[in-house]
Unconditional design. Structure first.
Length: 247
């Protein structure tokens, strides 16, 4: 059921949705970049990176016009796309722990779907959800975002992440690169621990400059992440808009 309020529908858990749509997964993830996935974009974020100039501004806030769907309805919509993978993103999905997110992940996992969750680094992913979530992609904020102070300490975060997970740094400038590089050099790649990825911020960091820096500094434990969807839709149309109407 689709509603425009956060009221519980007959006791059923509900989540605020921006969109549900099939697309290629343009970010690093354990299934591989470019893998077909059904995206579940939740509304609401606890951070305001770059002063709110987020690359997915439609996911920042829950408003009076934000549609709410029961978890069962979300699952039914995802299943209707007949996909094998789901990507839960936002916004910040982990804001809905205890409010329907666990039920959603469990329902999709029990249907045999591969699940990745994109999260902003301010909340520790619950270990118990690892039964259903194949890959956590943790976007640890660099200084240019203005949100570094809100990050979970890396030691605490890496303690719960696995070899299938990623810690990603979106690099906008030289200061961001130095910040991410220092962490990569200090942390290395712990056996059984998460992978590290650097991604150039669109319109700020030339991809070639970041790639050449990684090569120059011999950052062997860093994976270069060029967001495929931003190459496919360079004008910013994005998969959400390209399949407008699926939610």
């Amino acid at each position: 059921m689709l509603k425009c309020s956060g009221e519980i529908d007959g006791g059923a858990e509900m989540l605020p949705l921006v969109s549900i749509f099939p697309s290629i997964d343009g970010e690093v993830n354990s299934a591989g970049q470019g893998t077909l996935s059904t995206f579940i974009r939740l509304a609401g974020c606890n951070l305001r990176c770059w002063g709110g100039r987020c690359d997915t501004p439609q996911g920042l806030s829950v408003t009076k016009n934000t549609p709410w769907m029961t978890v069962d309805a979300v699952v039914a919509r995802v299943v209707a796309f007949a996909g094998r993978k789901a990507t839960v993103t936002g916004g910040e999905p982990l804001l809905y722990l205890g409010k329907g997110l666990e039920t959603l992940l469990r329902a999709l996992g029990e249907r045999g779907m591969r699940i990745s969750v994109e999260t902003n680094g301010s909340i520790v992913p619950p270990v118990e959800l690892g039964r259903f979530v194949e890959c956590w992609i943790v976007d640890h904020k660099c200084p240019s975002t203005g949100e570094t102070a809100g990050m979970v300490p890396l030691g605490r975060m890496t303690a719960v992440l696995r070899a299938t997970d990623y810690i990603k740094f979106v690099v906008a400038d030289a200061e961001d690169y130095a910040f991410a590089k220092d962490i990569a050099l200090r942390c290395g790649r712990v056996p059984g621990g998460p992978r590290i990825a650097f991604s150039p911020k669109a319109d700020d960091m030339p991809p070639a400059e970041l790639a050449e820096s990684i090569i120059r500094d011999r950052l062997h434990n860093v994976q270069f992440n060029l967001q495929i969807h931003k190459t496919v839709w360079p004008a910013g149309e994005g998969a959400d808009q390209a399949v407008d109407g699926y939610l």
